[in-house]
Design a protein around this ligand. Structure first.
Ligand code: FAD
Length: 453
């Protein structure tokens, strides 16, 4: 097929959406020597004096780092981040208890305000262009390309075109929770809490987390059902609410700041989007949130999007850049993994709020970590597989279910064994009954004395 640029020209790839995934993807295609055009509705933030919109903290883990490494950006980005070694759980009484992520020394999670450096690659950035999907009516805004890559986020315009087609599966789910960001300033120029942790205040239906920033502030994100957000209408009610659920955070955020910032922006919604296939013929493909918006509770949305780029690139290598073979293979390989991480993120939505408070959950976490330490190749905690390896997401889930069954059975056998062993020892070496009777008699006479006194 002839390229829009002419027979001898390089193939043109139009990347729609210059967010995290689109910008990185543009670098991947440019590295392969394609003529890349990046379409973004917002202005070029590299030139902007004021960058509008929200800036959220993102946890960058292994998958994302591998993708950045591929285009030579890992160090540049990671050096601007803060490593996080463990979660720090804040209980209601202000007690803080760390839960490590996994094996010591391995738990490294970067927390970044990410800006992708496009400058190192020859990518044409077309700002303020509203991308119009390929039309045949000769419209001025029509863009021709050999491949259109839809990286235009959770509300993708490119994906909307897929919806018109037959056999395209699509679902979206809004969770009842919204999120709101609050800032915890530094105290005497230092972090107000220990910086190398993901701080969590789990309160069953509510949850607050805090991530450190380079300027020694923390960004606290409060997750709560919308109806609860709406119940709080005055500054005093905000303080009352924090007093009840997050009292240790009040002096750290500040009473005045809390009263003010709570009403600065309304709570934001969170959506989970699943679809399939990710491609149309050999012309168009979806990646990042456009293909799979996930709720943010596994810290994997961007990481999964970055991994999309690396998986696509691996398939390009395998199929010699033949789009007609690459695109269906990409859908075949990637859909089960992206759907698995969407489900896991939903699972963690419950785990982070409720289970981290449960003793059984904490006990199992310790057992999992201990077993991983003893048998690092056999037992790998789910979180470790997802965050610190490139194990395919759907394989990580299957392995997790298998490990869970084995460990639970092991615990049941051990408990039964201990019970039987104990009974056997008791039968073999019965304790002197008189020694047991004396304290029992004493206790009984004390009880009688108490009742009659
Ligand atoms: P986006 O970042 O949404 O970018 C899409 C881009 O497309 C935007 O720049 C937009 O302007 C542009 N665009 C839209 N429509 C058009 C159009 N028609 N034409 C041209 N351009 C267009 N992920 C993690 O990995 N770790 C985390 O810790 C983490 N925490 C999160 C916390 C919260 C509260 C939230 C909400 C998300 C979090 N995520 C996290 C998820 C992460 O933010 C997203 O997965 C990531 O931003 C997706 O990148 P993207 O490039 O696919 O989409």
């Amino acid at each position: 097929e002839e390229s829009p640029g002419g027979p001898s020209q390089k193939k043109v790839v139009a990347v729609v959406g210059g967010g995290l995934v689109g910008a990185l993807n543009a670098c991947f295609f440019a590295k392969r020597g394609f003529d890349v055009e990046l379409f973004e509705t917002r202005e070029d933030i590299r030139q902007a004096k004021i960058v509008r919109g929200r800036s959220i903290n993102l946890a960058l883990s292994h998958r994302g780092r591998q993708a950045l490494k591929h285009v030579g950006m890992e160090e540049k980005i990671v050096s601007q981040g803060i490593p996080m070694h463990a979660r720090m759980i804040h209980s209601l009484n202000g007690k803080q208890s760390p839960i490590p992520y996994g094996k010591k020394g391995q738990a490294k999670r970067e927390n970044n305000r990410l800006v992708i450096y496009l400058s190192s690659y020859p990518v044409k950035l077309m700002c303020r262009v509203n991308f119009v999907f390929l039309r045949s009516d000769g419209s001025e805004e029509q863009v021709e390309a050999d491949l259109i890559v839809g990286c235009d986020g959770a509300f993708s315009a490119i994906r909307k075109q897929f919806l018109r087609r037959s056999r395209f599966n699509y679902s979206q789910t809004y969770i009842p929770h919204g999120y709101m960001e609050l800032t915890m300033p530094p105290i005497n120029g230092e972090f107000a809490m220990k910086p190398n942790y993901l701080h969590i205040w789990p309160r069953n239906t509510f949850m607050m987390i805090a991530l450190p920033n380079l300027d020694k502030t923390f960004t606290c994100t409060l997750f709560m059902p919308f109806e609860e957000f709406e119940k709080i209408t005055t500054g005093d009610e905000v303080i009352e609410f924090f007093q009840k659920y997050f009292p240790d955070a009040i002096p750290l955020i500040g009473v005045d700041a809390l009263k003010r910032d709570y009403f600065r922006l309304p709570a934001q919604a969170m959506v989970s989007v699943k679809c399939s296939p990710y491609h149309i013929g050999s012309k168009c493909v979806l990646m990042g949130d456009a293909a799979h918006a996930v709720v943010p509770f596994y810290g994997q949305g961007m990481n999964a999007g970055f991994e999309d780029c690396i998986v696509f690139d691996e398939i390009m290598e395998q199929f010699n850049e033949d789009f007609s073979a690459v695109l269906p293979e990409y859908t075949r390989v990637r859909v089960p993994d992206d759907h698995a991480i969407a489900d896991l993120a939903m699972y963690n939505y419950i785990e982070m709020r409720a289970h981290v408070n449960s003793k059984w959950f904490l006990f199992r976490k310790h057992i999992d970590n201990l077993l991983h330490f003893l048998m690092p190749k056999t037992i790998i905690p789910l979180y470790t597989m997802v965050t610190f390896t490139r194990t395919r997401y759907h394989e990580a889930v299957a392995r997790w279910h298998w490990q869970d069954r084995v460990i639970n059975r092991g615990l049941l056998f051990s408990a039964t064994g201990a019970l039987l062993g104990g009974s056997f020892l008791l039968i073999k070496n019965p304790p002197d009954i008189n020694k047991l009777l004396v304290p029992a008699e004493k206790m009984w006479s004390r009880l009688v004395a108490l009742r009659t006194s």
